[in-house]
Design a protein around this ligand. Structure first.
Ligand SMILES: Cc1cc2nc3c(=O)[nH]c(=O)nc-3n(C[C@H](O)[C@H](O)[C@H](O)COP(=O)(O)O)c2cc1C
Length: 476
């Protein structure tokens, strides 16, 4: 028998505002991996937003105060004298809507979930004092929130995986800046694709923040004197995240660029409609190219633009500098390139390693159109061709890709069609668009080679892209 005191161990603070504090009483080692327990304090007005317990089944034993516990539509106010059993995988939200702290014992079998609690930052306060102070360990907790939000932001797509962003913590949130040293001078002399990439990273940060119950309304280009200051994202306590918001945050780990052939299954109209709404919620537009004539126009523009780019030695040299065979924390590794370079697509895809893969995959050698994959294609459109619109188009791109990944759909940009201002104009005119096309995407269901969630590209460490709270940014 072992008697374990409550209050003698390390108290850890949830890395989000007004979250609980937890002291792990029985960790994986003590409980042999089968059983674990934590003493948890939820401050007045505090909450543990919607979460599941991973591999663990959980038992919640209220010790003091009135605990609100909600699972789906079912919610209960519980006090000492009951135990609450939570099934494996069940999502719950715990909240304290009273003026007194709530304390509870949480027991987990198996022990996996305490690993999450053990990763919370340690506080110097005890659980009891955290309970009455409302926001114990605030500075450290906010720094950790910023770190986590930036970590998820950096999973965003970026042109050639250049990751051209820098983040800085300020008192109430995060600032996003361009990292102009990572701009592509040949492909992207005006920094349009750099803006698109940073817009996508901003959207990821918004999604990551909402999943933590924070409001995340960005202000674009907040400083007219500094065009490299792309956005200010104020992060404050907000309402608990919805199921959809949590699912979008989960999709961050599922999304990656898919360059293999898609299955022949077409995307349902209702899904395309959801993608359109996702783009519009960010101030962009999305047009699905459902008419064969529109696809032919895109196909022809794409081929012409790609041929012109491939003929430029400076373009090829710049691209080669971002394609890696060895380990690197940016750029495109060979593993991210198509498994089958001969895959026939009705669309000219960007050739990242022309020497390794031979001529562009434009179909059979006799010049007849390839019979293979004819994916769904959409175009992200902005109001105009200004830096603000580029950022919004990037946010729209991020939102569309996360919604798609959430629904099992993967995508590949067909950026050659929009790389040059002339191509953008021609594409806009050919499709009869109002606004400026910013990026075309092929979309579809993967055929298995590179399943969702199997990331092939790397990212720079958070410490390299986030400054503030005592951290230095190497991003310049
Ligand atoms: C503005 C922009 C343009 C891109 N253009 C292309 C492209 O033409 N072809 C392509 O295969 N991928 C393209 N990508 C995808 C990037 O190469 C990809 O996001 C990056 O390598 C990171 O990999 P991940 O998306 O798998 O995380 C583009 C991405 C962005 C944001």
């Amino acid at each position: 028998m072992r008697v374990l005191p409550i209050g003698a161990g390390t108290v850890r603070q949830a890395p989000f505002p007004d979250g609980p504090a937890a002291e792990v009483l029985v960790d994986e080692q003590v409980g042999g991996g089968q059983l674990a327990a934590a003493h948890v304090t939820i401050p007045p007005g505090g909450a543990m937003p919607d979460h599941a317990h991973g591999e663990s089944t959980a038992l919640v034993v209220p010790l003091s105060g009135e605990l609100l516990i909600a699972s789906g539509q079912h919610q209960e106010q519980v006090t000492q004298g009951v135990v609450v059993l939570l099934d494996h995988g069940e999502r719950v939200r715990l909240a304290n809507e009273t003026n007194e702290p709530v304390t509870l014992l949480a027991v987990f079998a198996s022990a996996g979930f305490v690993r999450a609690l053990s990763s919370w930052p340690a506080t110097t306060t005890t659980a009891a004092s955290t309970g009455t102070s409302g926001r114990g360990g605030d500075g450290a907790a906010w720094a950790e929130v910023h770190r986590q939000v930036v970590e998820q932001a950096t999973h965003a797509p970026s042109v050639h995986n250049t990751q051209p962003w820098r983040f800085a913590s300020y008192a109430e949130g995060l600032d996003l800046y361009a990292d102009s040293a990572r701009q592509l001078p040949v492909l992207d002399p005006r920094g349009r694709q750099l803006h698109l990439s940073c817009g996508a990273a901003l959207l990821h940060a918004q999604v990551a923040a909402r999943a933590r119950g924070l409001t995340a309304e960005p202000q674009l280009l907040p400083d007219p004197a500094d065009p490299a200051h792309f956005a200010r994202l104020r992060l404050t306590s907000g309402k608990a995240p919805s199921e959809r918001e949590l699912a979008l945050a989960d999709a961050i780990a599922l999304r990656h660029t898919y360059r293999d052939a898609f299955s022949t299954e077409r995307l349902p109209d209702a899904l395309l409609e959801r993608l359109r709404l996702a783009a519009e919620a960010q101030g962009g537009y999305l047009r699905a190219l459902t008419h064969p004539d529109d696809l032919l126009e895109l196909q022809s523009l794409l081929s012409r633009a790609d041929t012109a780019e491939q003929a430029d030695p400076a373009y090829r040299q710049e691209l080669a500098a971002w394609v890696h065979t060895g380990p690197a924390d940016d750029g495109i590794p060979c593993a991210a390139l198509p498994a089958d370079p001969e895959r026939g697509s009705s669309l000219r895809l960007r050739e990242f390693a022309p020497n390794a893969a031979g001529p562009p995959s434009a179909g059979p050698p006799d010049g007849s159109p390839p019979a293979a994959e004819r994916p769904d294609v959409v175009v992200i459109i902005s109001d105009d061709d200004s830096p603000r619109s580029w950022l919004q188009a990037g946010q729209a791109l991020g939102a569309v890709l996360l919604q798609a990944a959430h629904e099992g759909v993967m995508a590949q940009p067909l950026a050659q069609a929009t790389d040059l201002p002339g191509s953008r104009q021609r594409l806009g005119a050919a499709l009869g668009l109002v606004g400026t096309p910013q990026l075309a995407l092929r979309l579809g269901y993967p055929t298995g080679a590179a399943a969702p969630g199997v990331a092939t590209t790397s990212r720079r460490a958070v410490a390299d892209v986030l400054s503030g709270h005592g951290q230095d940014s190497a991003g310049g």
